[in-house]
Write a protein that binds this ligand. Structure first.
Ligand SMILES: [Zn+2]
Length: 201
């Protein structure tokens, strides 16, 4: 017997989400069907509200209810340091580290020739514009420690040197983070050590 088409449709949509395979999509779909109408209503409502209200900060590209976001408008922060991350999730992970008081920039991905992701596909131009206009002394490159993250870090460091922004020190987080590690899932202590142990590129 075939599944009812509406269940099939739910599974198809959920399956497209990152990290969700067909089995997980099936489990989640049947779980949603068992939820009360109120619970389903809250789920749908929270997704729609987030979709409508959350925007990208025009300075750092963090996701926020306000533009500029609360980090960019926080006068207690050190405006001379920018930490470059891949995703808003990475920014959240690093923002839990109390000893980092600088600002951020979300690249929106990393370079990946195999997936046809080139410099124009991520926010490298926007980053360079910001480095040229703001008074930045240091850029901490906090992309993941996998091969794409490393390649992007090297590309950025060389680009920043090449365009002649000589006053900016480019550093790379490192010590303590496992090779191939995802910053989003690293714990606070590990990230804190990785930032403290950053080395100049
Ligand atoms: Zn911001």
């Amino acid at each position: 017997m075939n599944r009812p088409q509406y269940i099939e449709r739910m599974i198809e949509i959920i399956k497209r989400m990152p990290g969700v395979g067909p089995k997980m999509a099936e489990r989640l779909s049947y779980h949603i069907l068992k939820m009360s109408e109120n619970e389903v209503g809250s789920l749908v409502d929270s997704i729609l509200k987030a979709r409508h209200i959350i925007k990208s900060c025009s300075i750092c590209y963090n996701l926020s209810e306000h533009d500029p976001c609360s980090i960019c408008t926080d006068s207690a922060r050190d405006c001379s340091i920018i930490c470059v991350v891949e995703t808003p999730q990475d920014l959240i992970a690093i923002s839990k580290v109390k000893d980092y008081k600088g600002l951020y920039f979300v690249l929106g991905g990393v370079l990946s020739p195999l997936d046809a992701v080139c410099p124009d596909d991520i926010r490298i131009d926007n980053l360079i514009k910001r480095l040229k206009s703001d008074n930045i002394n240091e850029v901490i490159i906090a992309t993941d420690t996998d091969s794409k993250g490393e390649m992007t870090a090297v590309y950025l460091a060389e680009l920043i040197k090449k365009i002649g922004i000589i006053d900016i020190k480019v550093t790379r987080i490192g010590y303590g983070l496992p090779v191939g590690g995802d910053i989003e899932y690293a714990d606070e202590v590990t990230i804190s050590r990785a930032i403290a142990g950053r080395r100049e590129m």
